[in-house]
Ligand binder design. Structure first.
Ligand code: SAM
Length: 300
C-alpha cells in the first residue's frame, strides 16, 4: 500500500496565476504524490502528468478513479518529446524539481542521512547510483562531483580520503559514508545544516543526472507551450535555480529584436527575484524552506 506523504509547495502562488481561468490544459512534469495536480483537477482543469517514479503511477491510478481529466505518462521529463501526448500545447507547465517526501522516506532509495540504507540515491531508475560513484569513480571524477554539485571547497582532499578508505573496505551504506565524511578532516561549509548535506546533494545530482535533465527539458519546452501560457519552476538548490534564471534571461524579449532564437518566441519573466514560501508555509512544511519559484510567460 503506497501512501502519499508529500505536501505540495507554494500552491496558492501557482494557482493565483490562473484564478480567473477555466478548462485549462496543464502539464505537471513532476507528478510525485499528485499534490499540485489535485489542486488543478479540483478547479476543473485537465491535467497531463509525467513522473519516472513507479509509486507515482500507483497514486495517479488511484486519482483516475475520482477524476477523469487526468492522463499519466511514466517517463523522464527530459524525454517529453518522445511521448505521444494526447494534448500538444499547454496553458501551464509545472516542474517541481527533485524528489518527493515519499521518495525521501523510501529506504531502498536511501536519500536520507536520518536512517541507514544501502548506498543508492537513484530515484529515477537509471543505471548510476551512489554506490558506483563512491566505490568506482576515480579521484578526478569524485573531485568533480563534490566540487561542482556539492560546492565542497576541499573536494580533492575528500576524494583522496574516500579512495583510501574504499581500498580497505567497500563503502556500502549511508551510515558508513557519513562516518567516512566525518573522519575525512574536510571542513564542510555550513554550520546550519547537517554536515553531510553537501556530499549527499552532490551524489544525488550525479546519480540522477539532475542538472542535465533540466537543461534538456528547457531546450524543448517552447514546443509545448501555448501562447500566453506559463512555465512554472520550483527548484531546491542554487545550481538548479541558476539554470532556470539564466534560461529566462537568455530567452527574454530583447529591446530591438524580438528574441535571439529564430522562431521568435520569448518569455516575459514574471519573477525578477524568485518567490519563496511564506513563513507560515515553512512552519507547516519544513521541506519548503529551500524552495524557489520562478515563472515565465511564454509569448509566441
Ligand atoms: C518534489 S516532487 C513533486 C511533488 C508534486 N509536485 C506533489 O505535489 O506531489 C518531484 C517529483 O519529480 C519526479 N522527477 C524528478 N526528476 C524527474 C525527471 N527528470 N523525470 C521525471 N520525473 C522526475 C520525482 O520522481 C518526484 O516524484
Amino acid at each position: 500500500m503506497i501512501n502519499n506523504h508529500h505536501i505540495p509547495i507554494m500552491t496558492n502562488e501557482i494557482l493565483s496565476l490562473i484564478d480567473d481561468k477555466k478548462n485549462l490544459f496543464i502539464l505537471d512534469c513532476t507528478f510525485g504524490g499528485g499534490g499540485h495536480s489535485i489542486n488543478f483537477l479540483d478547479r476543473g482543469h485537465r491535467v497531463t502528468a509525467i513522473d519516472q517514479d513507479d509509486n507515482s503511477i500507483f497514486l495517479a491510478k488511484k486519482l483516475k478513479k475520482k477524476y477523469k481529466n487526468i492522463s499519466f505518462y511514466k517517463s523522464n521529463f527530459k524525454d517529453l518529446d518522445l511521448l505521444d501526448l494526447e494534448v500538444k500545447k499547454f496553458d501551464l507547465i509545472l516542474l517541481d524539481l527533485g524528489f518527493s517526501s515519499n521518495q525521501l522516506l523510501d529506504k531502498n532509495i536511501g536519500l536520507s542521512f536520518k536512517f541507514d540504507s544501502n548506498l543508492n540515491m537513484n530515484y529515477l531508475g537509471g543505471d548510476l547510483n551512489a554506490y558506483k560513484i563512491i566505490n568506482h569513480y576515480n579521484k578526478d571524477e569524485l573531485k568533480r562531483v563534490f566540487h561542482l554539485y556539492g560546492e565542497i571547497n576541499q573536494a580533492e582532499k575528500l576524494a583522496e580520503y574516500i579512495l583510501k578508505q574504499r581500498s580497505i573496505k567497500k563503502i556500502s551504506t549511508n551510515y558508513e559514508l557519513i562516518e567516512i565524511l566525518r573522519k575525512s578532516g574536510v571542513n564542510f561549509r555550513s554550520k546550519r545544516i547537517h554536515f553531510a548535506t553537501q556530499a549527499f546533494q552532490a551524489l544525488r545530482i550525479e546519480s540522477n543526472n539532475e542538472l542535465q535533465n533540466l537543461v534538456t527539458f528547457l531546450k524543448k519546452i517552447h514546443n509545448f507551450l501555448a501562447t500566453n501560457s506559463y512555465l512554472v519552476i520550483i527548484s531546491f538548490h542554487s545550481l538548479e535555480d541558476r539554470i532556470v534564471k539564466n534560461f529566462f534571461k537568455e530567452n527574454k524579449l530583447k529591446k530591438f529584436k524580438k528574441s535571439e532564437n529564430v522562431e521568435n518566441w520569448y518569455f516575459e519573466t514574471l519573477t525578477k527575484k524568485p518567490i519563496v514560501p511564506s513563513k507560515s508555509e515553512i512552519i507547516d512544511n519544513s521541506r519548503s524552506r529551500s524552495a524557489k519559484l520562478r515563472i515565465g510567460r511564454f509569448i509566441n
